[in-house]
Design a protein around this ligand. Structure first.
Ligand code: ATP
Ligand code: MG
Length: 385
């Protein structure tokens, strides 16, 4: 008791009825994983978690990690004391000395055994603070410092002044596994972030066309994976050698259809890899109309080769600037804009078809034995843990 703690609040898990303990256990597991480099303890109080027993010098570092745990809505540094009127007053007196400007006290009395009503108690504490530091002023509407006193059923009172927003979402893993098609661009890391936020544990697949694409291009993807891991936990990256398939497309297929066919090959391989790693969905960073391969017609023709799994495209309705803003917020932007060659850009046709059709794509694909090449590529994947 009498220690610095951090209160953690979670949101949507409340909706989960009987499954709630499953979600909660997953959330606890993810919190522990995010904080695995710190010494700390965690306990549950009605509808919240409390972290305690950590080195207070590391407050900010711990909160920085917690802000990236999906499922948490907000966190607050707080002071935990035994519920006792005199102790609360004393604590607030000490606190009053380091306050300046205006303040307001709000009491939340969850423990109805506490003898004084919330508003009344706020007024009493306000008075105590004013007596201690006469430079202060009460402002109920626009106070510089909002002091919240939470009197909980567990016999503890929490005094806090800050509510730090976290990412929200669902605990990673609660929605199963998803395979993220991860390029080195801006969009796909954001797409992965968004689906991990909805509870998917991520696997990533990257198509690499060495020597047309460089080792640096691959390293960049590894770096993006590690940034995503700060939110999503460990991500297995599957690197697929794509050179032979691209060369075959280049040699055999009608130029305008090269990108369409390349994307169909990527999706065919992705579906097989997804199943191999027990992923029940594929995620891409496509956004409607962004490039020729992302028109409704193009998406129809590429999507046509996937028949077992849904392909999730969380950015489909986003503008590029909106995507860039998220990339910046989550920390992938700086890495994504480093120069690199994607396998899509290596054999770029001058005029890629904007409204392809399935029949023509199939005719072009029949010009080479792609099934053999797909099998060979899958047999030569590289797995980066
Ligand atoms: P990004 O910024 O994510 O690269 P983009 O706007 O450049 O997207 P495309 O190059 O058309 O768009 O790719 C569309 C989607 O296909 C990407 O968001 C990604 O999910 C996937 N993709 C593209 N290239 C690769 C690659 N080399 N390896 C894995 N997935 C890829
Ligand atoms: Mg790209």
């Amino acid at each position: 008791m009498n220690e610095n703690v951090i209160i953690l609040r979670y949101g949507e898990l409340y909706l989960k009825g009987n499954n709630r303990s499953y979600f909660e256990n997953l959330l606890i597991k993810n919190i522990k994983r995010a904080l695995n480099s710190f010494v700390f303890s965690i306990k549950k109080i009605s509808g919240r978690y409390v972290i305690y027993g950590f080195d207070t010098m590391l407050f900010n570092a711990i909160i920085g990690k917690l802000k990236k745990v999906f499922g948490l809505v907000s966190v607050s540094p707080a002071f935990e004391i035994k519920t006792n009127i005199e102790e609360i007053k004393n604590r607030c007196k000490t606190y009053a000395k380091c306050l300046e400007g205006t303040f307001r006290v709000t009491t939340k009395r969850a423990d109805k055994k506490f003898p004084i009503k919330s508003d009344e108690f706020s007024a009493i504490i306000g008075e105590v603070i004013l007596n201690e530091n006469e430079n202060l002023k009460v402002d109920l509407y626009n106070a510089k410092t909002n002091i919240t006193i939470e009197i909980r059923e567990n016999g503890c009172t929490y005094i806090l002044t800050k509510n730090i927003q976290c990412c929200g979402g669902m605990p990673v893993g609660s929605a199963g596994n998803g395979l993220l098609m991860l390029s080195g661009g801006i969009d796909s890391p954001v797409a992965g972030y968004m689906m991990a936020k909805r509870g998917l544990k991520l696997y990533a697949i990257h198509f690499h066309s060495f020597p047309y694409t460089s080792v640096q291009a691959k390293d960049k993807v590894v770096k993006l994976k590690s940034i995503l891991e700060e939110y999503a936990g460990d991500i297995k990256l599957i690197v697929v050698p794509f050179t032979k398939i691209q060369e075959a497309i280049h040699i055999n297929c009608y130029e305008e259809y090269m990108i369409t066919i390349m994307r169909r090959m990527m999706l065919r391989i992705s579906e097989k890899i997804a199943q191999k790693f027990h992923c029940t969905t594929i995620i891409t960073g496509e956004s409607l109309g962004q490039v020729a391969s992302q028109t409704v017609e193009s998406i129809t023709v590429t999507n046509n080769v996937v028949d077992q799994l849904p392909v999730l495209r969380p950015l489909i309705g986003f503008d590029k600037v909106e995507i860039m803003k998220i990339a910046d917020e989550i920390g992938t932007y700086e890495t994504s804009i480093l120069p690199y060659e994607d396998c899509c850009t290596v054999f770029l046709p001058k005029n890629p078809v904007i409204k392809p059709n399935v029949k023509k794509a199939v005719t072009e694909e029949e010009k080479f034995n792609y099934e053999y090449l797909i099998e060979e590529a899958i047999n030569n994947i590289d797995i980066i843990e």
